[in-house]
Design a protein around this ligand. Structure first.
Ligand code: FE2
Length: 150
């Protein structure tokens, strides 16, 4: 096994490799298009397909973040982050559950305008989570480099 890189070199905004992040970002663009179509009452959108792709991409994204090389490395180098990282893991689970609820709605309703708002809320919750994660882990990196506020 290779030696552990410093916490600064481990830090990446997405926590996932570029190809995975690119796929998730591409799917999020499709989710945005889905939202626009649903909100406009269009019947030619595919909520089940788009949300199924989002489920696959998000699950992989979260699994990579939770891996030994990312969250694991932060907690090893900064044990005081353990509680915050545990909260991030719980948010991953909650986001996947929220998405599963939305997928169930999509199965029941089809391309209904009723899906638009919960779709937007899910993406908003994911973005908030990403910001929280970046704040927590970036703060640790800045402190590590001695450039933090404190
Ligand atoms: Fe995350």
């Amino acid at each position: 096994m290779e030696p552990l890189a410093t916490i600064a070199t481990l830090f990446r905004p997405s926590g996932a490799g570029p190809s995975v992040r690119g796929r998730l970002d591409a799917t999020l663009v499709k989710v945005a298009d889905l939202y626009t179509g649903l909100a406009a009452g269009r019947a030619d959108v595919d909520p089940r397909g788009v949300l199924a792709a989002l489920r696959v991409d998000l699950e992989l994204h979260f699994a990579l973040e939770e891996g030994d090389a990312y969250f694991g490395a932060f907690v090893r180098e900064r044990p005081e982050l353990a509680h915050g990282v545990a909260e991030l893991r719980e948010e991953h689970t909650a986001l996947l559950e929220k998405l599963d609820g939305l997928r169930a709605m999509a199965s029941a309703l089809g391309a209904s305008p009723e899906l638009a708002e919960p779709t937007a809320r899910l993406v908003e919750a994911f973005r908030e989570h990403e910001h929280k994660e970046a704040d927590l882990l970036q703060e640790a990196v800045l402190r590590d480099e001695g450039t933090g506020a404190d």
